[in-house]
Design a protein around this ligand. Structure first.
Ligand code: F6R
Length: 369
């Protein structure tokens, strides 16, 4: 049932190109516009919304963090992403014009469920982004957009994460389309780029041997740090979470801009630091700032492991290890940049003799608060 792979996780990583394509399937019409009739929320209601709040846990929360950048960019509406377990205990400000998006692979995560119940009590509309048909979270929501990742068996989430991202982008673009924001024109172009993503993920998967070799070489380390900026920041957090879960190593993700406000004190000789670099063809300011962060940490002895766009020559001189990914627009980069981090964590876990599919102390679905 593992389809020839040693672990479900490896199988699920390999299934990502198809999962991503499946999540797009049937949601783009012949003219290149989005059709999300299945949402069950009429466009007139979506036009009334004036604020979006995303609630989720763990990996799904990282997808939600990335969605915030996309939603604010394409809809020009304020969007907050919050850990579901924190949300309802601080008396959040919600009303009938708030759209709450609950992101959950299993649809059974108790923290997320309690957050959505609280949101509905306050009159907010709730949209579930979920991978499990008929599970509790979509059943209790006003609307649902299913991810079509197929069953995810490994405890560590991989293909569900990528499809959650695709679903979040679809919602962001759809809200932009329905509300006719000035970015409406971008929608068609972005949809074309999204349709290429499956092929690009496939391409990334064929270049993972050096990543596996690198991971094996780091099996004796105690700490790995991850840095990113903009949508690369949640990618860094996700890379660190995967490593904690699977390799049982101390791993921490930071916003690269925060480096000099504290974390740079952690940099010492040969500490591995994974840095996610945005496209130089996108927001070049972001790119240039992160390249100087890489120079700074390398000057202090860090071993730099750099995930960058193919052809990014500016970063090459400062990368002890360079992992290249295809060009995507800045907002979509997490779809390709996360994949090497999944492979990295999985291989490190194997090298350390850990059980990949069933990490200690973890459950696939957390049905208690
Ligand atoms: C990490 C992981 C967890 C889940 C989290 C939310 O690899 O799998 O962090 O993402 O428990 O689960 P769902 O998405 O089912 O609500």
């Amino acid at each position: 049932e593992k389809g020839g792979y040693d672990y479900f996780m490896l199988k699920e990583i390999a299934e990502q190109p198809k999962a991503v394509a499946d999540t797009l399937l049937g949601r783009i019409d012949a003219s290149g516009s989005l059709t999300l009739d299945e949402l069950r929320l009429p466009d007139s209601e979506l036009r009334e919304i004036d604020k979006v709040v995303i609630v989720a846990c763990g990996t799904a929360y990282h997808a939600g963090m990335i969605a915030k950048y996309a939603i604010e960019h394409w809809t020009r509406m304020p969007c907050e992403t919050e850990l579901a377990s924190e949300f309802r205990y601080r008396d959040p400000i919600l009303d009938t014009r708030t759209l709450v998006i609950a992101v959950s692979q299993s649809g059974e995560t108790m923290d997320t469920l309690m957050a959505l119940r609280h949101a509905r009590e306050q009159g907010a509309k709730v949209l579930a982004i979920c991978n499990t048909n008929g599970s509790t979270i979509p059943r209790e929501s006003d609307a649902v957009l299913y991810t079509h990742a197929g069953p995810e068996v490994a405890v560590a989430s991989t293909k569900a994460f990528l499809t959650q991202l695709v679903a979040c982008y679809l919602v962001a673009l759809y809200l932009g389309q329905v509300r006719g924001t000035k970015w409406g024109d971008e929608v068609g172009a972005v949809i074309r780029e999204l349709s290429e993503i499956g092929t690009q993920v496939e391409e990334v998967l064929t270049t993972m041997e050096p990543v596996r070799e690198l991971a094996r070489g780091l099996a004796g380390k105690n700490t790995v740090l991850f840095l990113g900026r903009h949508v690369g920041f949640p990618v860094a957090l996700e890379g660190a979470l995967k490593l904690k879960e699977l390799a049982y190593m101390h791993a921490e993700g930071f916003a690269a801009g925060e480096l000099k406000h504290g974390p740079i004190a952690l940099i010492e000789d040969d500490v591995p630091v994974v840095v996610v670099v945005p496209s130089p063809r996108g927001r070049s300011v972001l790119h240039d700032k992160i390249v100087s962060n890489i120079q700074e940490i390398r000057a202090r002895g860090a071993r730099t492991i750099v995930i960058a766009e193919r052809g990014d020559e500016a970063v090459r001189p400062y990368a002890d290890h360079l992992i290249e990914v295809p060009h995507t627009p800045t907002l979509l980069q997490p779809l390709v940049a996360t994949v090497p981090l999944q492979v990295f964590a999985c291989e490190l876990a194997t090298a350390r003799g850990n059980e990949v599919d069933q990490p200690r102390n973890l459950a696939k679905s957390v049905t208690v608060e």
